[in-house]
Design a binder for this molecule. Structure first.
Ligand SMILES: [Zn+2]
Length: 82
């Protein structure tokens, strides 16, 4: 489910600061009022991609699985692709 980013009309909002994120389907109508403080809000963006939350440093194999190119610093001070 995409994350919709909203910003209150009056910044900063005492309750929701400079904005808040709201999980809702892309087809749902955008919020018009802040569910926390009730003031008018504007949708400022939608984040649809899922960014994996990294709880620990990636191992080389995990990084490769995620499509990263892994480089290892060699003793000669150069970087070698693994
Ligand atoms: Zn608010």
């Amino acid at each position: 489910m995409p994350i919709h980013h909203y910003a209150p009309a009056l910044l900063p909002c005492k309750l929701c600061g400079e904005g808040f994120d709201h999980h809702q389907a892309a087809t749902d109508p955008a919020l018009t009022t802040c569910p926390t403080c009730g003031q008018t809000v504007t949708r400022i963006g939608i984040q649809t991609s899922h960014t994996p939350k990294l709880l620990h440093p990636l191992s080389v194999s995990e990084a490769k699985n995620l499509g990263f190119t892994v480089f290892k610093k060699t003793s000669a001070g150069e970087f070698e692709r693994q």
